[in-house]
Design a protein around this ligand. Structure first.
Ligand code: SAM
Length: 383
């Protein structure tokens, strides 16, 4: 392993942080993912200050980003210490780790057959993820000024990258509905969908409504969005979020993805933000690299195709269907698109309303280009 080390001086990690990190990684299992283990640990250790919590969370995620560099026989403390030192060296000098080492160790072996693992992509997923906010339309500068420590992106006028350390959920701006915490790649899905005011849309896999709220904002709180999911609990969270955002142009209903549709209505637009393997979120959620399998990818692609087939008949003539997945595997992206297009000659590939899409009907959004999650988006129009 001598080749991965450079001459960059590094600072030894804090022992107290290492002890917390070691305890948390010991509790992580496929059934208890790292983020759930962290939540439980913080619930049980209420005395930990926000700054300490941030350092511990960071340490836990670092351990999973560098997992395959660590000696599984070593103590959890030693593993955590090694991971944090490797990480510090890498953040100071990303070229200190060779691309071949990243390809062999930063992702599971099955991924190679599913996507092109470029050095830029692999280096990006070893970095700390960015925190993105979506300001209400036209209010990004006002929000950035009131929160402080924000940056903008040419990708979207309403996106704001937050670089500060405030607990955003406790800010008055959050409680006033002035922003949503939403990854930039997710914001690009709303932009690609480009719903117009007074149209009728269906957000089929709405979950807690992150993208629904964006669609509602883009529709200027006019028209109607049907909001469905198979999780009633998530739909309840959406209702609270929409009240905070003062967005009322929606109606929610249960839909389990079956061919028993929640409505006979026909739509100007349908968004399927489908359940997926989440490979695009592996920078933020590195533990999932080691629990997601190729069988999951294949099974999810079947579900994605089924969902698309079930909603295709609900488009009006001229209506647009948007398919989005926060993954980058070929099976769940171009594989699903090819199978669906072949079965639906009544739907033509349609241009995505994305900057730089140049008329393309499909787009991969890469973490290294956007400094955000990876995402795939496709669009069709009913002729
Ligand atoms: C990617 S998440 C949606 C995230 C959401 N659109 C957002 O922006 O916050 C996928 C959603 O699909 C739902 N889901 C999973 N399988 C489903 C199925 N077979 N039918 C309908 N919804 C399903 C899940 O409950 C989950 O909320």
């Amino acid at each position: 392993m001598g080749s991965v080390y450079s001459v960059v001086p590094i600072i030894m990690p804090d022992q107290a942080i290492l002890n917390h990190v070691a305890r948390i990684i010991a509790a992580v299992t496929p059934q208890m993912p790292a983020d759930a283990a962290l939540r439980r640990y913080f619930y049980e250790h209420t005395y930990l200050a926000p700054q300490m919590r941030r350092a511990i969370s960071r340490g836990v995620f670092i351990c999973f980003r560098w997992k395959r560099w660590l000696d599984p026989q070593a103590s959890r403390q030693t593993q955590a210490e090694h991971a944090m030192m490797l990480d510090e060296r890498f953040q100071k000098d990303p070229r200190s780790v060779k691309a071949e080492a990243l390809e062999a160790r930063a992702v599971p072996d099955w991924l190679k057959a599913e996507m092109d693992l470029t050095p830029d992509y692999l280096r990006q997923i070893q970095r700390e993820p960015a925190l993105w906010l979506r300001a209400r339309p036209g209010k990004a500068h006002q929000l950035a000024e009131s929160l402080g420590k924000c940056e903008f992106t040419p990708a979207s006028p309403d996106a704001v990258r937050y670089l500060g350390e405030k607990d955003l959920f406790r800010t008055p701006q959050f409680h006033e509905g002035e922003f949503e915490i939403q990854d930039l790649a997710s914001q690009m899905v709303g932009i690609a969908a480009a719903p117009a005011a007074k149209q009728t849309w269906w957000d089929t896999c709405a979950g807690e409504g992150g993208k629904t709220l964006h669609l509602a904002d883009l529709m200027q709180n006019k028209g109607l969005i049907w909001v469905t999911d198979r999780s009633e609990k998530r739909l309840q969270v959406f209702k609270k979020r929409s009240t905070r955002a003062k967005l009322y142009n929606h109606r929610s209903a249960f839909w389990d993805g079956s061919n028993h549709l929640p409505t006979k209505a026909k739509f100007d637009g349908i968004l399927i933000d489908a359940p997926c393997s989440g490979v695009g979120t592996w920078q933020r959620n590195p533990h999932a690299r080691w629990t997601t399998t190729i069988d999951d990818v294949r099974e999810l692609a079947t579900t994605q195709l089924t969902l698309l087939n079930h909603v295709a008949g609900s488009l009006k003539t001229g209506g647009r269907l948007i398919y989005a997945v926060c993954t980058l595997t070929r099976t769940e992206t171009t594989g699903v698109v090819a199978a669906f297009s072949a079965a639906h000659p009544e739907l033509a590939p349609a241009p995505l309303a994305l900057p730089n899409a140049n008329g393309a009907s499909t787009a991969y959004l890469w973490p290294q280009d956007l400094t955000a999650n990876g995402m795939f988006i496709a669009a069709w129009q009913k002729s």
